[in-house]
Design a protein around this ligand. Structure first.
Ligand SMILES: [Mg+2]
Ligand SMILES: [Zn+2]
Length: 189
């Protein structure tokens, strides 16, 4: 049996525009150019996609679970409109003060994914725009990919600090990551 092909994606700054004021409503959720189409290309090539996202705005009382559900409904609808599909969204509702295990760089959400799908996360690509995304992924064996959108945009002008895993692969945006992954898959076939 071939193993399930899975990519784990950060949400804010990776799929949609980042905001220092938090994404609090569906109106405020705006996909980055080409990001949804990139996810659809992955799906068409047989890759499952899931989101892992820190949503401390919940714990801070900035928005409610109903708002988050509306945001994700918009994401699913807009993705479906370009032929893509997000299998699931895993999120941490806590603030840093809660000292939970699920807020990235904590790994509890990744462990939930491994349990839910019955897979080992070794070498599963994880894609995010900040160090904590790739650090969390690497802690459970994932392959780290950084996009230079959202918070990652600062690394266009400077080298990655030593806090990043040394094997982090850097991509201009989510679409460039998908090009890389699909090209590599074709080369190995
Ligand atoms: Mg992010
Ligand atoms: Zn948490």
């Amino acid at each position: 049996m071939t193993p399930m092909k899975l990519v784990i994606l950060d949400r804010d700054g990776t799929i949609n525009e980042e905001s220092d004021d938090f994404i609090k409503s569906a109106d405020e959720w705006k996909p980055l150019p080409g990001a949804l189409e990139a996810i659809a290309r992955l799906n068409h090539a047989g890759w499952h996609t899931v989101v892992v996202s820190n949503q401390s705005g919940l714990g801070r009382g900035l928005f409610e679970v109903a708002d988050l559900n509306a945001i994700h409904a918009k994401m699913h609808q807009m993705l479906a409109a370009v032929g893509g599909r997000m299998d699931a969204v895993f999120y941490c509702p806590h603030t840093p003060d809660d000292a939970c295990q699920c807020r990235k760089p904590g790994t509890a959400l990744f462990e939930q994914i491994a349990d839910r799908y019955g897979i080992d996360l070794k070498n599963v690509p994880v894609v995010g725009d900040s160090a904590r995304d790739v650090i969390a992924g690497v802690a459970v064996g994932c392959e780290p990919h950084l996009v230079l959108t959202g918070k990652g945009a600062v690394y266009k002008a400077r080298a990655l600090p030593g806090s990043f895993p040394p094997n982090t692969v850097v991509h201009e945006n989510l679409s460039s990551f998908v090009d890389y992954l699909l090209d590599r898959e074709e080369a190995r076939a």
